[in-house]
Unconditional design. Structure first.
Length: 309
């Protein structure tokens, strides 16, 4: 875990410099807490893709704390902001990673998101973690629209040492999902991971396909899927919020996976997603290696974001 904190700390460098570095410079230049100071903090939060609604909430909470606790020094605002960021990240009693229960088995997880977000590599990385924990994992290649998807997923599942169920390109994705779950049940597997398409001819087609996969899984095993994880590229910024909204409506997203955090100054999107949609972050990724994905730890994230402050 310490090793991953170092990766997370390094991965958040651009976001930390943009967000916390900007706020640090603002408070150091002021001698009193006034409207101008708060307005400059607001602008910094917005420029780091924290989002309008989340920024407004953070400022309202900070102002209330300043009034109630009689804060006078601008330097004290950094600690206040840290407290409020930590509070926003605690969504619905959030647990790190996927919380596998003793039952049901197999536990079915759908992975959704746009192409290019790191969806297929995320499937491989989660499969690796679960397999390393001694669980039997079966992966379904339900992204039959993209020509190279099966080949890419095959490479990742081989690295992870887990089974892959696939059909020919262009096959019905729901059929692949059905076969995967049926095979996993026959093998008495612990976990099923279903990779899905991120792009079809129209958004309507894609969303209907995801709904169909959910229906088919539910018919084969009542209650499935048990988790739906949306993979978000952190560098997409506010566009990521639209993805949360659209995929949430179609697929019933239960958790987020934030990828490519190490390459962007827009890591503030994590706060906006948690606050506006009340969907917890389950994993964060800060690299391309198979172990560069870790169950999200809100305290660790806040520690890394506010380090050097």
């Amino acid at each position: 875990m310490a090793g991953f904190f170092d990766k997370l700390n390094a991965g958040l460098a651009k976001t930390r410099d943009s967000l916390m570095g900007g706020i640090h410079r603002i408070v150091k230049a002021k001698s009193v807490i006034d409207d101008e100071l708060l307005r400059e903090i607001e602008e910094t939060l917005l420029s780091s893709d924290v989002g309008v609604a989340t920024t407004s909430e953070l400022l309202d909470r900070m102002k209330a704390r300043v009034r109630e606790d009689k804060y006078t020094s601008p330097n004290e605002l950094t600690g206040l902001l840290r407290d409020e960021v930590a509070r926003i990240l605690q969504v619905n009693g959030q647990t790190a990673g996927v919380a596998l229960r003793a039952e049901p088995r197999p536990y079915v997880i759908m992975i959704v998101g746009v192409n290019g977000a790191g969806k297929t590599t995320t499937v491989g990385k989660i499969a690796h973690q679960l397999r390393s924990a001694g669980l039997k994992v079966v992966v379904g290649a339900a992204d039959t629209f993209r020509a190279a998807a099966n080949e890419q997923l095959e490479i990742w599942t081989q690295r992870a040492g887990v089974s892959l169920i696939q059909q020919k390109a262009g096959a019905d994705p729901a059929s692949v999902a059905f076969d995967t779950l049926s095979s996993a049940m026959a093998q008495q597997a612990d976990v099923v991971l279903i990779d899905t398409a991120g792009r079809l001819h129209t958004k309507i087609n894609l969303m209907e396909e995801l709904r169909k996969i959910r229906r088919v899984l539910g018919k084969r095993m009542p209650g499935a899927p048990h988790e739906v994880l949306l993979v978000l590229d952190a560098s997409t910024g506010q566009n990521g919020l639209q993805q949360v909204k659209v995929f949430g409506e179609a697929a019933g997203v239960t958790g987020l996976v934030l990828t490519k955090l190490d390459g962007t100054a827009r890591g503030g999107i994590i706060l906006a997603a948690c606050y506006e949609f009340k969907i917890p972050v389950k994993y964060v990724g800060v690299g391309e290696q198979i172990d560069d994905l870790e169950a999200f730890d809100g305290k660790m994230f806040v520690d890394a974001l506010f380090s050097h402050m």
